[in-house]
Design a protein around this ligand. Sequence first.
Ligand SMILES: Cc1cc2nc3c(=O)[nH]c(=O)nc-3n(C[C@H](O)[C@H](O)[C@H](O)COP(=O)(O)OP(=O)(O)OC[C@H]3O[C@@H](n4cnc5c(N)ncnc54)[C@H](O)[C@@H]3O)c2cc1C
Length: 423
Amino acid sequence: MSPRHTHYDMIFLGGGCAALSLLTRLLRSGQYATARILVIDRDSKKNNDRTWCFWEKGVGYFEDVVYRQWGQLDFFSAHFSSPLLLDGYRYKMIRGLDFYSYCLDLLERSGQVEWVEASLADVSRTNDTLILKGASGSAASQDLRAPGDSGSTFTWNLSATLVFNSIYKPAVTSSKQVDLLQHFKGWVIEIPDSPTGDHGSRPAFDKDRATLMDFRVSQQEGATFVYVMPLDERRALVEYTLFTPSLLRPADYEEGLRQYIKEYLGITDYRVIEQEFGIIPMSSQAFSFFEKGIFNLGTAGGQTKASSGYTFQFIQKQSEGIAARLLAINNSAQVRRDVLVYENALLSLKADPVRFRFYDRVLLNVLAKGYWPGDQVFARLFERNEAGKIFRFLDNESNIQEELAIISSLPTGPFLRAALTAL
Ligand SMILES: Cc1cc2nc3c(=O)[nH]c(=O)nc-3n(C[C@H](O)[C@H](O)[C@H](O)COP(=O)(O)OP(=O)(O)OC[C@H]3O[C@@H](n4cnc5c(N)ncnc54)[C@H](O)[C@@H]3O)c2cc1C
């Protein structure tokens, strides 16, 4: 399938979390009733390919699709374990499929958005022309390709007022760049109704209380923890997670999960009803918001917090900022509404203070270079600081005084060394 038109008001390259978060805000405003919008994605977004967890105070923009939320969180490690003081934050979970269905339904009802399923291999924008090269149909997915079917490759020349990209490509932007991967395997486990195992008829999980991080597992590969998100009294998402430079063998994640469930949850009788595997880049790469006529969103636009991997809420903040700028132009009496007016409005969006990138680089260096073990870093952070303050810090929303308090709770030697490396 090719795009039906050659010119669009907006083109989105990638139609995942960031694109849908922005599009939903724009379409809901009612100001895009006559707009022509194109989304190109290699996927139809009909699968539950991820679960987002994040902390938030009050009601969020996507509250309607919050699947579960918890008002109590625990932290565990060999050095420090405790319930966390959340200062009004709640920990929320959104299932990918619920989010996609909610947004895609709005896109479809708007009648303004054309969704083209194709895999993009090369994108460039020169003057007014957006040149897209890639493969569509069965050629877009190696998995779907029938024997002997090469599918069809394409070059499309299009034009658009605004182009947004959320297809992430790792790059090395400095000799001091540090890269780690947050990689994880998650199982949704279910305890049978009348278990024959250790639990009798007792509920296995407290559905109001989740485990944010449990570092009591082996730290042999690097910073490794498990989180446990109960869905109800008999089902929970258990995720085995590492912050390390390279992936494990598939069987190793499963072994980690099996051991944890047995040893720390005390559960032997269960079945795995869903699973997910994910990789989130944790990189000190210098990301650009605007590059060669294209605005980068989401992970591709640097919205993944390099030191934690959390992204969902940064995407929401970015979408809110972009949508507010675009809607303000549409609402204004301004006569000129050309490419430059929109581009300048978006380029005037304020980025988070640069010091937060520096903190991220320092923590990445500590973890990647092994200056201090990851389990001890997080144990110290949660032991000496209220979780609410850490959440604000990790959201890039703390003030310098709060940051100094957090920094001074960490050991000087390893962090100073990492800071000097990160400068
Ligand atoms: C399994 C998983 C779990 C996560 N959990 C959390 C979490 O709990 N909390 C949190 O804050 N963050 C989490 N993240 C990180 C982050 O929030 C997500 O990756 C989020 O989806 C990023 O949004 P995005 O729009 O930048 O990228 P995506 O949502 O990945 O969107 C990019 C889109 O581009 C499409 N695409 C990619 N390559 C091509 C191509 N060549 N051609 C055409 N289309 C292409 C993809 O199909 C996708 O739809 C998780 C990530 C993963 C992978």
